[in-house]
Ligand binder design. Sequence first.
Ligand SMILES: Nc1ncnc2c1ncn2[C@@H]1O[C@H](COP(=O)(O)OP(=O)(O)OP(=O)(O)O)[C@@H](O)[C@H]1O
Ligand SMILES: [Mg+2]
Length: 288
Amino acid sequence: MLQRGERLAVIGPNGAGKSTFLKLLVGQLQPTAGFLKLGGNSIPSYYDQNLTGLDDHATVLREIHTFRRDLSEEQVRDHLGRFLFSGDDVEKEIRTLSGGERARVLLAKLVLKDHTFLILDEPTNHLDIKSREALEAALEGYDGALVVVSHDRAFLDNVCDRVLEIEDGQTRLYPGSYSEYAARKRRERDAAAREAREKEKEERERADRQKQRGARRGEGQGERQRKARRDQCQRYEEAAKRLQAPEARGADRGGRKRGEGGGRVDGRRGELPRSREDEGISRGVTRS
Ligand SMILES: Nc1ncnc2c1ncn2[C@@H]1O[C@H](COP(=O)(O)OP(=O)(O)OP(=O)(O)O)[C@@H](O)[C@H]1O
Ligand SMILES: [Mg+2]
């Protein structure tokens, strides 16, 4: 919602849709979605990016005077003087004017209109610094609503008090001047960059931690495997000792010698048990 006296800067990259947005406001295009409502008496005056709306065969003076017959020729000359047309300049035919001069006539005409809603599409494109200052001065006295598309930051800063950003099919409204908008965007960009850097750092640290955990798990596995092998060797040695022991005991009891069956364990003499169950069986048989 734009109120009387409010001044909106419309900004965005080339082709973002700024001129299209203005054409919707002036009714040259109809919205394909949503709606647009203008206040009862807000008939917008439109400065077209393509500098249309002038009679090529009129002189500068006549173009303005025809438009505002209520003004005297002197008043028209004074007004044109504010837009840097002096002396014989006002007698030039519109068709002979340069782009900058044409822009000045058009703007001089627009600000004279009794309007409450002014829409300007890149008004400073053809203006030199002096002409731009003349336009800024003319707009200072204007108290209607203003919508300006421009890439001219200094001009926007001097003229507008809020910013509509059009980008990637989205619009965002920022209260405040263009400089305040730019500072806010810088802060947002810096914050986003900081966040991205922190995220990247976290990711890197997480990856490092995962790598370290993997390495430790690898070491742990190696240690467990070594211990399992040590345990197994120990079991083999114990089993081997137990296999020898009955021989010794048998020799003591019955004088049996090696090779006479005393040391035989379940028909598997000399075989080593493969597990603790095997050991149990060996032990049981030996004792019976
Ligand atoms: N009459 C049209 N028909 C179809 N597409 C169009 C028409 N006018 C503009 N476009 C396209 O709509 C998109 C927005 O154009 P628009 O003129 O609104 O951009 P802009 O923001 O004013 O750009 P610039 O800063 O260059 O003036 C562009 O891709 C353009 O090619
Ligand atoms: Mg445009």
